[in-house]
Design a protein around this ligand. Structure first.
Ligand code: UD1
Ligand code: CA
Length: 456
């Protein structure tokens, strides 16, 4: 139904009230920028073409947002109406245009669809969206006549006390017929308290030109919370955390304390997994069934299969196969590919390495740029020395090898299958299969030395 849906997203403002060097729309809610939420919701609602109006630090906003949208530049931020004027070419003369704000990240695609059908069923030239806010300060107020018909939108700074007492506020979401919008924009002026071109005034102008203008009142206020300050950002984050966690719980995931568990919108979790407090799951993370994740664990864009247990650890861009345990206090860095029934214990760091099934890396070990076979046992304190200051080299450890405590493996190097390295060895030559390699100074005991040195 929305095959030709054009969307304009306003994102040029600095967001002075954020008191930040980062442009407002780039502030993150959980793991994604506010602007990305609005773009994703538009795409899910079937947007065919999106134009983001950028201005303040526009290059940074474009860089962070990428090329899945078009951009229009608003050189000076002269108001929301002026921002839409910059997208004039994009608006064209046919069809309808949806306008959204980049600082309203919680809008749902289903709601966008509802607004579109309200607009077309009502045959409006322009449709606004309002919601009821008990504490309406900061929002534009929807002024209606005795019969409930739309009259105008009054901004906080321009309102009389009786207008400001109105609790029906403007969400900042609108849909316009393209040609009607363009005409109204050309009539905007700056005669208001802020000296700005207000997009809100187009609604009144269109109505006064005799065309149908309506305002749809939305039910869920949380969806339209606008972020103007870091305080608002925390309110929006809390609302999103609640929304996402409730969905997972209804889907069969146990979340012990949903108020301090932070799960990004693109994370997938299978039923019967338990998420313990203090856990943050980000990016395109996928978690299987029967896992126990947390407490205090951060997982970014990783795939975790079934029955995995991860405690107090950080995992990024990694893969962990069935029934493996990780942590406490482990760090799996990008390119870690961990097999089934593996044990990654405390203070272990793995980077860009394959660790095959049944291997145990139980404590205080660094494995970087390595290919480790099945059922290998790492003693405590093993280090793969993969970097000579210029180049990185790989370490290969074959099946069933036994790496003694405090072994340094100087890459490039291969330890053969079933080979053993003695504790405290610095191994810089390949170890043949089934061999024992000892590379350390022999111990010398000097009889009576301590007494002669005056030690008791
Ligand atoms: C705006 C509405 C208000 C509504 C509220 C909902 C106007 C005049 N007021 O107020 O009725 O209740 O949103 O959240 O529209 N922007 C630009 N260029 C500009 C100015 C703003 O691109 O010159 C962008 C901002 O980056 C932001 C959005 O427009 O993403 C809204 O601007 P903001 O200044 O936050 O408007 P509000 O005061 O919240
Ligand atoms: Ca705002």
């Amino acid at each position: 139904m929305n095959k030709n849906l054009k969307v304009i997203i306003l994102a040029a403002g600095q967001g002075t009230r954020m008191k930040s060097k980062v442009p407002k729309v780039l502030h993150k809610v959980l793991d994604k920028t506010m602007l990305d939420y609005v773009i994703d919701a538009s795409l899910k609602a079937g947007a065919s073409d999106i134009c983001v109006v950028v201005g303040h630090k526009s290059m940074l906003v474009r860089k962070m947002t990428g090329d899945r949208v078009k951009y229009a530049l608003q050189k000076e931020q002269l108001g929301t109406g002026h921002a839409v004027m910059q997208a004039e070419d994009f608006i064209g003369n046919e069809g309808s245009v949806l306008v959204l704000c980049g600082d309203t990240p919680l809008i749902r695609p289903e709601t966008i669809e509802k607004i579109l059908s309200f607009h077309s069923v009502s045959k409006n030239a322009a449709t606004g969206v309002s919601f009821i806010k008990e504490e309406p300060t900061g929002y534009g107020r929807i002024i209606r006549d005795d019969k409930g018909g739309f009259v105008k939108i009054i901004e906080q700074k321009d309102g009389t006390p009786s207008e400001l007492a109105v609790k029906e506020v403007n969400s900042g979401v609108y849909i316009f017929e393209a040609a009607v919008l363009k005409e109204a924009l050309s009539k905007l002026s700056t005669g208001n308290a802020q000296g700005e071109y207000y997009l809100t005034d187009t609604m009144e102008l269109i109505k006064n030109s005799g065309k149908a203008v309506g305002v749809m009142t939305a039910e869920d206020e949380a969806e339209f919370l606008g972020v103007n300050s870091k305080l608002d950002l925390s309110v929006v984050t809390k609302a999103l955390v609640k929304r996402i966690n409730e969905e997972h719980m209804l889907n069969g995931v146990t979340i012990t304390n949903p108020e301090n568990t932070y799960i990004g919108q693109n994370v997938e979790i299978e039923p019967d997994t338990i998420i313990l407090p203090g856990t943050t799951l980000e990016g395109r993370t996928k978690i299987g069934t029967d896992c126990v994740i947390g407490p205090n664990t951060q997982i970014i864009s990783s795939e975790i299969k079934d029955g995995v247990n991860i405690k107090m650890s950080v995992i990024m861009n990694a893969y962990v196969d069935n029934y493996t345990t990780v942590g406490p206090f482990a760090y799996l860095r990008p390119g870690s590919n961990i097999g089934e029934h593996v044990r990654i214990g405390d203070f272990v760091e793995i980077k860009n390495s394959n660790i095959d099934d049944g291997t145990k890396v139980s404590h205080l070990t660094y494995v970087g740029d390595s290919d480790v076979g099945k059922n290998v046992n790492f003693g405590c304190g093993t280090v793969t020395a993969n970097y000579d200051g210029v180049h990185k080299y790989r370490t290969t450890i074959n099946d069933n090898a036994f790496i003694g405590c405090n072994t340094n493996l100087i890459a490039p190097i291969t330890v053969g299958e079933n080979a053993v390295t003695a504790a405290g060895s610095t191994i810089n030559k390949d170890v043949p299969p089934h061999a024992l390699s000892i590379a350390r100074k022999r111990q010398v005991n000097l009889d009576g030395w301590a007494d002669k040195a005056g030690k008791k």
